[in-house]
Write a protein that binds this ligand. Structure first.
Ligand code: FE2
Length: 242
């Protein structure tokens, strides 16, 4: 079944995938669901709120938070918000200009915005084209991102495998080409990536790649090394957690 929620970590995190089309390439897009310590659900980049998906959510808990993680992953949010009117939608203000039906209750990155404590919000500053905030789930040491990294593999549709091979994103995590083109080396971006790398990341979940459990910090650092001038050889020189 499309969008079947599969457990990633015990009773805390579930992932689902659905096919999407992007300029002719068929990618997989992921939704991440976290059950908070209080039992409520946090839904990152939700899919269409089909009865089947809602039924799965109902079995896990009450939907409390809905997350638009960047300027691009908002298409299903208006319908999802209608299905869960009691939930709080968080996201970047910049996404509003791209979708007139979108409503956001709390803007990510603004001072004083409350958010579940166990999910630390870590914005990638200085990349307005993407305007993405990542989340570090402290109890499971999982970094939840969206388009910050991308990678195709054998499980993907041939159209995306083809594009990924041409662009060096096949079996190798990289920044989406359009994001890379629109990103300049900036101190604030280097600091933001540094800040993310300072977390003891054990696994990395992004929208368009398999779950990364093998050296996620090193792979993230290598992909973003062009904003991290000091890491010109792609190595991680900063010890974890410092
Ligand atoms: Fe995406």
């Amino acid at each position: 079944m499309d969008t079947e929620l599969k457990p990633l970590v015990g009773e805390q995190i579930w992932l689902s995938e659905r096919p999407i089309s992007f300029f002719g390439a068929r990618l997989r897009a992921r939704t991440t669901v976290v059950r908070l310590e209080g039992g409520q659900l946090w839904v990152h980049s939700p899919p269409s709120p089909t009865p089947a998906f809602q039924e799965q959510l109902a079995a896990l808990g009450t939907v409390k938070w809905l997350v638009v993680p960047n300027r691009f992953h908002h298409l299903e949010m208006p319908a999802f918000r209608t299905a869960y009117p009691e939930a709080t939608v968080v996201g970047p203000k910049s996404a509003l200009a791209r979708n007139p039906k979108l409503k956001i209750d709390k803007f990510l990155g603004e001072a004083g915005v409350t958010h579940p404590e166990e999910l630390e919000a870590l914005p990638i500053a200085g990349v307005p084209f993407l305007d993405e905030t990542t989340f570090f789930h402290r109890p499971t040491a999982t970094l939840i991102g969206c388009d910050m990294l991308i990678c195709a593999c054998v499980r993907d549709h041939w159209t995306w495998r083809y594009v990924a091979k041409l662009s060096g994103r096949y079996d190798k995590l990289g920044i989406p080409p359009e994001v890379w083109l629109m990103t300049r080396r900036r101190d604030e971006t280097a600091r933001a990536i540094d800040d993310i790398l300072a977390r003891p990341i054990q696994q990395l979940s992004v929208a368009h790649a398999d779950l990364v459990v093998d050296r996620p910090r090193e792979k993230l650092a290598a992909a973003w090394k062009f904003v991290l001038g000091k890491w010109t050889d792609g190595s991680v020189t900063k010890p974890p957690g410092t």
